[in-house]
Design a protein around this ligand. Structure first.
Ligand code: OAD
Length: 270
């Protein structure tokens, strides 16, 4: 057992005693709901519960590569709404940047495609975008990259962009169901075993292989969950800490205990 008790106080003490120099953070859509981006699986507000207007055979089809080949329009209707640019980082995003600024962030594994961690100031070389992002795009057939400025125009207009070489469909480099995760995820997943503290925030841990990461953490390494609900069997180990509720509220509580609160709030307002 590493923590003296299963509480944020004990986590803060652990960090301040120098016991956590390689903090691994894992994030999901729940850290961006406060920025105005819906998550996927929340019962009333989640994206999957609100896609009736797109006439999908099933909700996840909008991110399914097989479905996209025949019906790209629903994805582009959503992309118009979710496109990065109009959203701002939350306190949770900024806390990860603060960890990096203090030299404590080992790596961030995110499932999010909104690039808000980057916008919050988390260094790019610390981020593993496990499900890709909206930052680049290419043809799904000949794989030719498609220019950013044209992509931007098409997405904002709600149009489906077509490859300039072969007229194939263009898709942002976000991972759809039926596609492999980026090489970077496979190359770096084993980092999980070298973490000395893990913060898991805003994810239902329901999509594999990402959902397998917490199981790769060594026994005795504290795993702290900041989430509305208990997920992924977290809480089963003696060093697991469950901070159930809004993640920004939980993060502010931890920042208070660390004496980082003012710094966090001013960094957020920048
Ligand atoms: P989910 O929508 O599955 O889960 C979001 C989690 O965050 C849920 O457990 C919510 O209760 C919680 N949550 C929401 N708002 C919160 C808040 N303000 N504070 C704390 N918790 C909050 O989203 P992900 O786990 O990210 O993949 O979903 C994983 C993957 O499934 C996504 O990357 C996406 C999706 O299909 C692809 O599209 C490939």
């Amino acid at each position: 057992v590493t923590l003296r008790e299963r509480s944020l106080d004990a986590v803060a003490d652990h960090i301040q005693a120098g016991g956590a120099k390689n903090v691994l953070v894992m994030t999901g859509a729940g850290i961006s709901t406060a920025a105005g981006i819906p998550d996927f699986r929340s019962k009333d507000t989640g994206l999957y519960a609100n896609l009736a207007r797109l006439n999908l055979p099933y909700a996840e089809a909008v991110f399914d590569i097989g479905y996209f080949r025949d019906h790209p329009e629903p994805f582009y209707i959503l992309a118009q709404e979710l496109y990065p640019g109009k959203f701002y980082p939350t306190i949770s995003h900024v806390f990860i940047a603060l960890l990096a600024a203090k030299g404590l962030l080992f790596h961030l594994f995110t499932q999010n495609i909104d690039t808000l961690e980057r916008r919050a100031g988390v260094p790019g070389d610390k981020i593993v975008e496990a499900h890709g992002s909206f930052a680049t795009q290419r043809c799904i057939d000949c794989k030719t990259p498609y220019p950013d400025d044209k992509m931007h125009e098409h997405v904002l207009a709600g149009n489906v962009p077509r490859c300039e070489e072969c007229n194939g469909l263009v898709k942002p480099d976000i991972v759809f169901f039926g596609e492999a995760l980026p090489d970077e995820f496979r190359e770096k997943a084993h980092y999980a075993a070298a973490a000395d503290l893990v913060l898991i925030m805003g994810t239902s841990l329901s999509v594999h292989p990402f959902a397998g990461l917490p199981g790769m953490i060594r026994e005795g390494v504290p795993r702290v969950l900041f989430n509305m609900e208990r997920v992924g069997g977290l809480g089963a180990r003696s060093d697991d800490v469950l901070e159930l509720g809004d993640c920004d509220a939980g993060i502010r509580k931890l920042a208070d205990k660390l004496g980082w609160r003012d710094e966090l709030e001013s960094k957020w307002r920048e």
